[in-house]
Design a protein around this ligand. Structure first.
Ligand SMILES: [Zn+2]
Length: 211
């Protein structure tokens, strides 16, 4: 296999700056620095399947969390229980555009996009196919990553609940529990996702296709 014969890449140790060659791929390895022993990277060959499992679970929770009522609001004199997207629309119409926009970005748009991007990557790879535009998707995910996906999501949710409490009563129902579970699954998904192992999988998917 040509992929295996390519010269190994050079890695710099984040702690002592020692340059060293990447070792041959093994089944499951933690690669440590030859000099100081700090972890250079971990190889997780099952990253595709584990990311896929968590992403599917997170998608279901994401839909449930946003479909069920999360707050009780009084809109135009009538009290109502509304979902988070519904509450954001109500906030928007009450001249709270900045809060509605920020909460929408951190609790709806960002996690929704990340879920869609991950599913787009790992679902075809699970079946041995390579989706088009992988470098673009990985670069996009990489640019979102510094935000600290889970932290931003958690912060956005907290801010929205605190803000909403000023106008509405938070309903401790299905949606709230789904959001809590979503945070856990999202954390697990972010931990399972390893771009390095994904690249390796893409290499074998490409040579396996014989194109
Ligand atoms: Zn070192």
């Amino acid at each position: 296999m040509i992929v295996g014969m390519a010269p190994r890449a050079l890695l710099a140790c984040p702690d002592c700056d020692l340059l060293q060659r990447e070792p041959e791929p093994a089944d499951r390895t933690v690669v440590t620095c030859a000099r100081c022993g700090s972890v250079l990277y971990r190889d997780t060959p099952d990253t595709v399947d584990r990311t896929l499992a968590f992403a599917l679970g997170a998608s279901v929770l994401f839909i449930v969390a946003n479909a069920f009522p999360i707050v009780g609001m009084t809109i135009e004199g009538r009290s109502n229980t509304v979902s988070l997207p519904g509450a954001l629309v109500a906030l928007w119409h009450q001249d709270m555009q900045l809060v509605a926009g920020l909460v929408g970005l951190t609790t709806l748009l960002a996690p929704g996009l990340v879920l869609a991007a991950l599913l787009y990557l790992v679902l075809p790879l699970h079946f041995g196919r390579q989706p088009p535009g992988v470098p673009l998707i990985l670069r996009t995910l990489d640019s979102i990553q510094p935000w600290g996906l889970v932290e931003v999501f958690m912060l956005g949710l907290l801010v929205s609940l605190v803000k909403l409490e000023m106008y509405a009563k938070v309903v401790p129902g299905v949606a709230l529990w789904a959001f809590g579970a979503l945070l856990l699954v999202f954390t697990a998904m972010a931990a399972a996702f390893d771009p390095r192992s994904l690249w390796a999988r893409i290499g074998t998917a490409r040579s396996g296709a014989g194109r």
